[in-house]
Design a protein around this ligand. Structure first.
Ligand code: PMV
Length: 354
C-alpha cells in the first residue's frame, strides 16, 4: 500500500457586512434576496486556519473543528466537497514521488483540521472564514484552476457570507439572477490598501453561542417580515450603489450613515419577524448610543457601528487616532471585570488589547 500524505494549509480572515445579507431565495444553493457589501478583516486577527490532507490510507472524509471531530454529513459540507472534487486536476509532487490524476479525486479521502482563533457561532462570522478557508485550501490541494469569484460560488454553498471572504478589502456579493446560482458570486470592489486609515475594533460583548442561527432566523424573516420584503426590493438596491460610491471616494460620512442605518434596519427586520428575534442586548444598545453621541458631538462622523447576528459590536474608526480615543472611551464606559468577557481587539495593526 502507498504511504504518502499530501497537505496544504491556508489562513482566511472573516468579513463583516456593512450592507447586510439577510434572507435566501433558495435555501439549498444559498442564493440571497439582495446584494451585500463587506469589509474583510486583516488576515492575522479573526481568522480560520485550515489544513487539508489527502492520502490513499484514509478510508473516509473526516474533519476536526477546534480539535474536536465534527460530522461532514450535512448538505453544506457535502455540497462544497462535491463541487470542489469535481474541479480537481492532476497533481504531481516529484520530490515525494506523488502523482494524483484528475479522476482520482472522486475516490481519494480527505482529512481536514480547522481552527478559529475567535469564538465560534457567536455572531462573529466564524462560518464565513471557515468555509472560505476550506474551499480555498482544497482548491490549492487539488490544483483547481478557477478564479476567486468562481471559488466564491462554492464557498457560498457552505455559508452565504463565506463567499465574501475569498477577497481582501471591500467585497460585493452579487445576488445574481440565475437559478443555478452561477452568477451569485463575490467580486472585489477595492483592495485592502485602498482605505487603510480605517481601524476596526471588535467589542466582544458576549462570546456565548447565539440562540437563533442565521439560517433559521432568515427563514422566519422571509416568511413573516413585510419590512424585509420592502428592504430587499426598495432599500438595499439604492444603498448598494451609494455604498460603492462612498467606498470609491473614501467618503467616511456617507460610509458611516449607510453602515449604521443598514445595521439598524437589519435588526429592525429581526424585530419585525414573528416570533421576534433579538440579537443585540443592553450593552449593544449602550454602545450604539455612545457612538451616536460621539459622532454628533464632533460634527462629522468618526465612528461607524454594525452588528451581525449577535450582540458583539463591530466599530469602524476613521483613523488610528480616533481608534485609540474610542478604546479609551469604551474601557471607561465598560470597564472590563474579571467575570465578564468584554474584550476589545484592535484590528488593522498588530496590537491586540484584551
Ligand atoms: O452566511 P451566514 O448564514 O452566516 O449569514 C450571515 C448573516 C449576517 O452576518 C447577519 C449578515 C452578513 O451579510 O454577513
Amino acid at each position: 500500500e502507498e504511504k504518502w500524505v499530501l497537505m496544504v494549509t491556508a489562513q482566511t480572515p472573516t468579513n463583516i457586512a456593512v450592507i447586510k445579507y439577510w434572507g435566501k431565495r433558495d435555501e439549498v444553493r444559498i442564493l440571497p434576496i439582495n446584494d451585500s457589501i463587506s469589509v474583510t478583516l486583516d488576515p492575522d486577527h479573526l481568522c480560520t486556519l485550515t489544513t487539508v490532507a489527502v492520502s490513499p490510507s484514509f478510508d473516509r472524509d473526516r474533519m476536526w473543528l477546534n480539535g474536536k471531530e465534527i460530522s461532514l454529513s450535512g448538505s453544506r459540507y457535502q455540497n462544497c466537497l462535491r463541487e470542489i472534487r469535481s474541479r480537481g486536476d492532476d497533481v504531481e509532487d516529484k520530490a515525494k514521488g506523488i502523482k494524483i490524476a484528475k479522476k482520482d479525486w472522486e475516490k481519494l479521502h480527505l482529512h481536514i483540521a480547522s481552527y478559529n482563533n475567535f469564538p465560534t457561532a457567536a455572531g462573529l462570522a466564524s462560518s464565513a472564514a471557515g468555509f472560505a478557508c476550506l474551499v480555498f485550501s482544497l482548491a490549492k490541494l487539488m490544483n483547481v484552476n478557477e478564479d476567486q469569484s468562481q471559488l466564491s460560488a462554492i464557498a457560498r454553498q457552505g455559508s452565504g457570507s463565506a463567499c465574501r471572504s475569498l477577497f481582501g478589502g471591500f467585497v460585493k456579493w452579487n445576488m445574481g439572477v440565475k437559478e443555478d446560482g452561477s452568477d451569485s458570486v463575490a467580486v472585489q470592489l477595492a483592495d485592502e490598501k485602498h482605505w487603510d486609515d480605517l481601524v476596526i475594533i471588535i467589542a466582544v460583548v458576549s462570546s456565548r453561542e447565539k440562540e437563533t442561527s442565521s439560517t433559521s432566523g432568515m427563514r422566519e424573516s422571509v416568511e413573516t417580515s413585510l419590512l424585509l420584503k420592502h428592504r430587499a426590493e426598495e432599500v438595499v438596491p439604492r444603498r448598494i450603489s451609494e455604498m460603492e460610491e462612498a467606498i470609491k471616494n473614501r467618503d467616511f460620512t456617507s460610509f458611516t450613515k449607510l453602515t449604521c442605518t443598514d445595521s439598524n434596519q437589519f435588526h429592525a427586520v429581526c424585530m419585525d419577524t414573528s416570533p421576534p428575534i433579538f440579537y443585540m442586548n443592553d450593552t449593544s444598545h449602550r454602545i450604539i448610543s455612545l457612538v451616536e453621541k460621539w459622532n454628533r458631538s464632533v460634527g462629522t462622523p468618526e465612528i461607524a457601528y454594525t452588528f451581525d447576528a449577535g450582540p458583539n459590536a463591530v466599530l469602524i474608526a476613521k483613523s488610528r487616532k480616533v481608534a485609540v480615543e474610542l478604546l479609551q472611551g469604551l474601557l471607561y464606559c465598560f470597564p472590563p471585570k474579571p467575570d465578564t468577557d468584554m474584550k476589545s481587539y484592535v484590528l488593522g495593526d498588530k496590537s491586540i488589547v484584551k
